[in-house]
Design a protein around this ligand. Sequence first.
Ligand SMILES: CC(=O)N[C@H]1[C@@H](OP(=O)(O)OP(=O)(O)OC[C@H]2O[C@@H](n3ccc(=O)[nH]c3=O)[C@H](O)[C@@H]2O)O[C@H](CO)[C@@H](O)[C@@H]1O
Ligand SMILES: C=C(OP(=O)(O)O)C(=O)O
Length: 431
Amino acid sequence: MDRIAIVGGARLNGSIPISGAKNSAIKLMAASLLTDEPLRLTNMPRLADTRFLGHLLTRLGAIIEERDTETGPETILHTPEIVSSFAPYDLVRQMRASFNVLGPLIARTGHAKVSLPGGCTIGARPVDLHLQALEALGAKIDLHEGYVYATAPRGLRGAEIEFPFVSVGATEHAMLAAVLAKGVTVLKNCACEPEIVDLAECLTKMGAQIEGEGTTTITITGVERLHGATHAVITDRIEAGTYAVAAAMAGGEVRLTNTRADLIEALLVKIEEAGAEVERTNDGVVIRRNGARLKAVDVDTGVYPGFATDLQAQFMALMTLADGESVIREHIFENRFMHAPELARLGADIAVSGGEARVRGVEQLEGAPVMATDLRASVSLVIAGLAARGETIVSRVYHLDRGFERLEEKLGACGANVRRIKGEAVPEIGE
Ligand SMILES: CC(=O)N[C@H]1[C@@H](OP(=O)(O)OP(=O)(O)OC[C@H]2O[C@@H](n3ccc(=O)[nH]c3=O)[C@H](O)[C@@H]2O)O[C@H](CO)[C@@H](O)[C@@H]1O
Ligand SMILES: C=C(OP(=O)(O)O)C(=O)O
């Protein structure tokens, strides 16, 4: 298993191009199952998660071609025929979003057998809302031995569905099924995340009829069939936010390009409150910090446009060096503070109680061996390592590789001392 070594102390100066969003790309890849024509996705991130999902889609009948073009990486997904409606445990357990093949499989073939999903262990993460939405659309769902068995022999029918609380994955899953259902579907209390808007825009290019994406009510008029399209994956706001925090932590001046400041406004306001300078540009954002000490700032995670839970660990790393006490409350996932004890190994002073963490800033962190526990937790340890005295070695970085493309290269180009220590290969899923 690879590890990442960081020697702290270097300021960051330079430019970082932000990749396409993992959390959008994987849903768009699932959407490709809805048509027998090719879907061409540009601005595609090359990540462990997109690779794993590629293995699953190939098993279901997709032909996938990855290209590096002058305008960037792209992937063409073409599923002329669904050759199997079975998504096995080994190909679904690694990543939550693999479960999103269930809706498209039912919509296209009328039946599916899909393993219950995995993903970051940041809470219980049930899929009850996904299944309730599919049932409301006319699917018959049974659960046996860790698998969802779904049938809809007469096809899916439009319905009115009100989610009892906001779920990104359930909103997307319902959209993926409803686009081919007969009649009109009205989804209420939907998530408004930018990745949902991106999915709606791609599905619309494929011929779907969708209104209201980005608001809490989405109306979908089902169509008989969808066709091929070309779509650019939206910028990864979590990657952008992560490097914004890294720049604030290490100091210096970092320009983030190929992204949108408006998508991380809730974070940028907090970075400004903490004392770093933020300049919103046409294609991203510039973060500057001189040597002055950061100030403690409180944060509450929330649904979009609130402060993203996927940036909470990174912000906690930043607060470990702030002057004063910062209170960080996690409202989305019940177990998303696993980075706290690892940050403590570097000298951070953090007290966790339920969904609240109190971070009392210290003058200096010191490098130490630490362990990545999930995707965003792992990058928070890298961020802390950038400002720690001496060397920090982060193990289990396969978590990080799920969602950060060429991290060492991107940080290294700005002067960070970050290198990968190659270890034994982790067996690749599906191989
Ligand atoms: C691959 C992907 O896009 N992952 C993102 C997605 O996860 P994901 O789609 O899993 O997150 P949700 O918005 O669904 O989860 C929100 C909350 O609802 C709960 N819940 C969800 C579904 C359900 O059927 N039942 C239920 O109880 C979850 O356990 C959680 O407590 O949105 C999260 C919230 O922005 C992000 O942190 C993840 O990075
Ligand atoms: C939690 C995440 O991913 P997943 O939902 O696949 O676990 C994430 O992207 O931060």
